[in-house]
Design a protein around this ligand. Structure first.
Ligand code: BGC
Length: 416
């Protein structure tokens, strides 16, 4: 909690002592706040957060304080959080990606071991063991996942494709390139919408899944696949080619700005995680379709949002109630119905979800799972930052050998 906010809470607390409503005292938790730090500031993301807050209000006797800092994929929030943690000003809880992105917080002793709470709340049985592994170090589990998102989805503007005469879904990279050429010939100058660094990294990852296959791709982050192989060079060349179909002002765009290009009919395709449709819907756009990124086959590239109990949180009991809500069946349903992701819990009822999420629940169960680097499942924060900077540099200098070298160095910074 920030110092100013703490002072305000202290003042409210002093007043409460004088009022009859304070009879329950601090034990009731009635006027204790829980500051929840996320990057879900508006659109579909805020709708998801609101769903979770509604479940929290039902289940807990604490008040939610919104500590959201806007910026896709935490591009601004992560810096603000790092400086708050350094100053000993931790929020009561913060959003963090499951997987390697938790590793620095754990190594620095900034987040608490939640293993006992997992047993108490039944999470050990309710969550898939593979996901729990991604939240654990040395057998201790450090965060509670709210969901599973899929990142390798290509969203389409149905009318733009139909107007250009594209009727068949592209299933390979060659099909996608042909469709992009068709759109260009139809007057769409930048048919593949894209945003800045991390969203370009998502495109690179999707292309590498197509070119290396799921196992070869996963090996890029564990050290089993050589970043300097000719197959990777070929993948980078394909990436460079695809980038030439994107909006040239991409480095100034957050993902919502790039999504707007699709919504406005200025692009036919947009690669983005499945948080995109809830944002489209929040903005009244329904003329969209979706396909798995061409060439990815049945690969489900995953990431999961989770929440932690920071060391030194002002209200650890309130945080525990937030975490319990996040892990509960009701909390996951309230959140995911709005957020577009699927519940991390295995007891979710498929029929409760709309068509896209039903297909994602099936694909998560039956497809080949690979982790996302851009969203922390495969890469530590340090590796993500280095990869984003390599990709941003390539966006302007187009130096393919430089990209290959820098990505190899970035991957070496954080293996899962
Ligand atoms: C998060 C999603 C979020 C997306 C865009 C990802 O890193 O996991 O929850 O919607 O970023 O901000």
């Amino acid at each position: 909690m920030s110092r100013m906010r703490r002072a305000a809470v202290a003042a409210v607390g002093a007043l409460a002592l004088l009022s009859p409503a304070a009879c329950g005292g601090a034990d009731s938790g009635a006027d204790q706040e829980v500051e929840v730090f996320t990057w879900w500031a508006d659109g579909g993301e805020k709708a998801g957060l609101d769903g979770l807050v509604a479940a929290f209000d039902e289940q807990c006797d604490y008040s939610f304080v919104n500590g959201a800092v806007a910026g896709g994929a935490g591009s601004n929030a992560k810096q603000v959080l790092a400086s708050r943690l350094q100053q000993g000003d931790a929020p009561d809880t913060f959003q963090a990606h499951a997987g390697a992105a938790l590793s620095e917080y754990i190594a620095a002793g900034q987040i608490e071991d939640l293993s006992a709470l997992y047993d108490e709340w039944g999470l050990t049985e309710a969550l898939p063991p593979g996901l729990i592994d991604n939240l654990s170090v040395d057998g201790k589990v450090y965060s509670v996942p709210a969901n599973v998102h899929r990142s390798n989805v290509l969203w389409t503007n149905t009318s733009v494709l139909a107007d250009a005469g594209i009727t068949a879904e592209p299933t390979t990279l060659a099909d996608l390139l042909a469709a992009l050429d068709t759109l260009k010939a139809a007057g769409i100058s930048a048919p593949l919408a894209i945003g800045k660094d991390w969203s370009q990294l998502m495109l690179l990852e999707a292309v590498l899944i197509s070119d290396l296959g799921p196992e070869g791709f996963t090996g890029l982050w564990t050290g089993a696949t050589d970043w300097n192989s000719p197959e990777v060079t070929q993948g980078l060349e394909n990436y460079k080619r695809l980038l030439s179909y994107t909006n040239t002002d991409r480095d100034t765009y957050d993902w919502t700005d790039a999504g707007k290009l699709l919504m406005d009919g200025k692009a036919g395709f947009f690669l983005m995680g499945d948080w995109a449709p809830s944002d489209f819907e929040a903005k009244g756009f329904t003329d969209f379709g979706y396909i798995t990124f061409p060439g990815n086959g049945d690969t489900f590239q995953w990431l999961a949002d989770s929440f932690v109990l920071p060391q030194g949180a002002d209200n650890p009991e309130g945080t525990k109630c937030w975490l319990k809500t996040v892990g509960s069946a009701e909390g996951q349903q309230a959140f995911n119905l709005k957020k577009g992701s699927i519940p991390a819990r295995t007891d979710a009822v498929e029929a409760d979800y709309p068509a896209y999420q039903q297909s994602a629940i099936q694909a998560w169960k039956t497809g080949t799972q690979v982790p996302s680097c851009a969203h922390g499942a495969a890469c530590s924060q340090g590796a993500i930052e280095a990869a984003n900077s390599a990709i941003g540099k390539f966006s302007s200098d187009q130096d393919l050998a430089g990209l290959q070298k820098a990505m190899s160095a970035a991957a070496a910074l954080g293996k899962n």
